[in-house]
Design a protein around this ligand. Structure first.
Ligand SMILES: NC(=O)c1ccc[n+]([C@@H]2O[C@H](COP(=O)([O-])OP(=O)(O)OC[C@H]3O[C@@H](n4cnc5c(N)ncnc54)[C@H](O)[C@@H]3O)[C@@H](O)[C@H]2O)c1
Length: 261
């Protein structure tokens, strides 16, 4: 844990914050002084995550929310406003991924991914910006994207298309929200060891194809997958004043994978 308190007195909302990168981000922001609200659809996971972090002495709570549902998003932000009266940091992290070949992707599978990643980012960014502006907060918004937004990968056309749409939202909202003093940036993650990277019960980075292509042959320059904390550190950096001159950027956090495309 870094020996810094960059977010003292600030309030952060992390979507999909009960697991993986979202959980590590909630933990990191809270460890640096932020009051953190994690939201997600699974109350059991959300409450357990908030409890674990609270037991570590951090100010973290869970509130139920589905980012793909406009009404639910409105409820999340009403809760944040009533409980804290401000929002400084939004991390648009929620996503879902099920591998599916393009020809097998029916409308429902396609919509589900877009509803969470693209519509969810739109709903939350708009609501967060309104709350930040109303309270004269120089807010920061960080979108958690994927290097898959910039490359073709089998069985993920829906997800890849949604992530590049998210990157475009990062750039476009960065431009428009700067007038209000809000900085928007993103991270494009490579292989990170989280629940999402477990496919059919097997951890991606333990598969033969990962070990041979990405590790042994060095397609990932660092020859390994990343840990959620390594993504969280960059998200916290973007949310901090250390990144005061970074705006509209989507930083790769991928051990060098995007360099060898
Ligand atoms: N793990 C990787 O290798 C990897 C690679 C690239 C990008 N990412 C991105 O990182 C982010 C975090 O994913 P992760 O790897 O930690 O996986 P994860 O599955 O642990 O996290 C995703 C979280 O989003 C939540 N969620 C799903 N639908 C939601 C909804 N409608 N409303 C609210 N919450 C919802 C899930 O319950 C889960 O807690 C995602 O945006 C993902 O696309 C991950």
């Amino acid at each position: 844990m870094a020996n810094m308190r960059r977010f003292e007195g600030q309030v952060a909302l992390v979507t999909g914050g009960a697991t993986g990168v979202g959980y590590a981000t909630a933990s990191r922001l809270a460890s640096e002084g932020a009051k953190v609200v994690i939201t997600g659809r699974r109350a059991d996971l959300g409450e357990a995550a908030a409890r674990t972090l609270t037991e570590q002495g951090f100010a973290v709570e869970y509130t139920a929310g589905d980012v793909s549902d406009e009404l639910s998003v409105s409820g999340i932000f009403t809760h944040v406003e009533r409980s804290y009266g401000r929002l400084d940091i939004l991390v648009n992290n929620a996503a879902a991924f099920q591998p599916i070949r393009f020809l097998g992707a029916d409308r429902a599978a396609w919509r589900k991914v877009f509803d969470i990643i693209v519509d969810g980012t739109y709903f939350c960014t708009q609501a967060a910006a309104q709350l930040m502006i109303a309270n004269r907060i120089q807010g920061r918004i960080i979108n958690v994207s994927s290097i898959n937004g910039a490359r073709a990968l089998e069985e993920s056309s829906h997800y890849n298309a949604a992530k590049i749409a998210m990157d475009q939202l990062t750039r476009s909202t960065a431009l428009e929200l700067m007038d209000e003093g809000i900085r928007v940036n993103g991270v494009a993650l490579g292989f990170i060891d989280t629940p999402m990277s477990v496919v059919d019960g097997v951890k991606e980075h333990e598969t033969e194809w990962f070990q041979s292509i990405y590790a042994a042959r060095g397609k990932i320059i660092q020859r390994r997958s990343g840990q959620p904390e390594e993504a969280a550190g960059v998200i916290a950096f973007l949310a901090s004043e250390d990144a005061s001159y970074i705006c509209g950027a989507v930083l790769p956090v991928d051990g060098g994978l995007s360099v060898t495309f």
